[in-house]
Design a protein around this ligand. Structure first.
Ligand code: R1P
Length: 289
């Protein structure tokens, strides 16, 4: 079936609409970051840079690190952007742009998020690295797609009951990391955690500046919740979308978090840039090691 011009939008140079990339620009190993400036923090370690493209919040550098071809792409903030990035990354490898048809042979990407996050448990050390074993999506993204039978419904139900989840908010969805990538990042340097992904930075994550909250006790309830003896460890804004879209599109994904804040202790890292740099180096070493 031919995909219409309005659904798969291509730029005049044959690149895909938002990412501005052509199929040959993308490596099969992709590192995603939120901040466009973090792209260069990774590619500065490359042996050689081959592609440098920037449109809106989506900046991509493709090059080689110790001989391995890698693309680094910034997603901007939030799972709304993850929807765009994952659909377009997938289209770059699995849709023929000439015929606008799905290719017969599936190409599976390996996608690694190198992000930042705030812990909600007092015992997660500042500046530590956390790999998200499971994501709890408090955003709404996955509910717009079909074939989501991989979601952990009993976790969701227990979570909604424990937090007295407001019916006005979309139901939380729960999705696991790719098991083979989780093993890859399971050395002791990485704490295994359950990451809650939220749809905003302030109210949705319980931050109060001038506005009151629908449920001021939500973070405490999230922190005291446990399922199969696992507690929610940290909050950020992309992981559930990344894991959900990776499952739907049959790609492998893992989310790595530099813990820069502890919401339970009210503390923020003294060395955020160094911690992110350390996570970048650890990630590059692990994927080429
Ligand atoms: C909020 O400041 C942003 O930081 C975290 C959140 O997920 C959100 O994107 O991750 P990044 O530093 O990877 O963007």
């Amino acid at each position: 079936m031919r995909i219409a011009e309005s659904e798969l939008i291509l730029n005049p140079d044959g690149s895909i609409y938002h990412l501005n990339l052509r199929p040959e620009d993308l490596a099969q190993t992709v590192i995603t970051v939120g901040d466009p400036e973090r792209v260069e923090s990774i590619s500065k370690h490359f042996d050689a840079l081959e592609v440098d493209v920037h449109k809106r919040e989506f900046k991509t550098h493709t090059g080689t690190y110790k001989g391995k071809r890698i693309s680094v792409i910034s997603t901007g903030i939030g799972t709304d952007n993850i929807d765009i990035v994952f659909n377009e990354l997938d289209a770059l490898v699995n849709i023929d742009f000439e015929t606008r048809t799905i290719k017969e042979n599936h190409t599976q990407l390996t996608i690694i998020r190198v992000g930042t996050s705030g812990a909600i448990q007092t015992d997660i050390p500042m500046d530590s690295f956390l790999v998200s074993e499971t994501a709890v999506g408090l955003d709404n993204l996955l509910h717009f797609y079909g074939n989501t039978s991989f979601l952990n419904e009993s976790f969701s139900e227990a979570f909604m009951q424990h937090t007295n989840w407001s019916a006005k908010k979309s139901a939380p969805y729960v999705v696991n990391a790719d098991a083979s990538l989780l093993k890859f990042f399971s050395e002791e340097k990485f704490i295994k955690g359950v990451t809650a992904t939220n749809v905003g930075f302030y109210g949705p994550q319980g931050r109060v500046l001038r506005l009151s909250l629908q449920d001021a006790g939500l973070n405490d309830k999230i922190a005291s919740f446990s399922f199969n003896n696992k507690k929610v460890t940290n909050l950020e804004m992309e992981t559930s979308g990344i894991y959900g879209m990776a499952h739907l599109l049959n790609h492998k994904a893992i989310s790595l978090n530099a813990i820069l804040a502890n919401r339970a202790n009210g503390e923020f890292s003294q060395t955020p840039q160094q911690t992110v740099e350390n996570l970048i180096l650890k990630t590059l070493e692990t994927i080429t090691g």
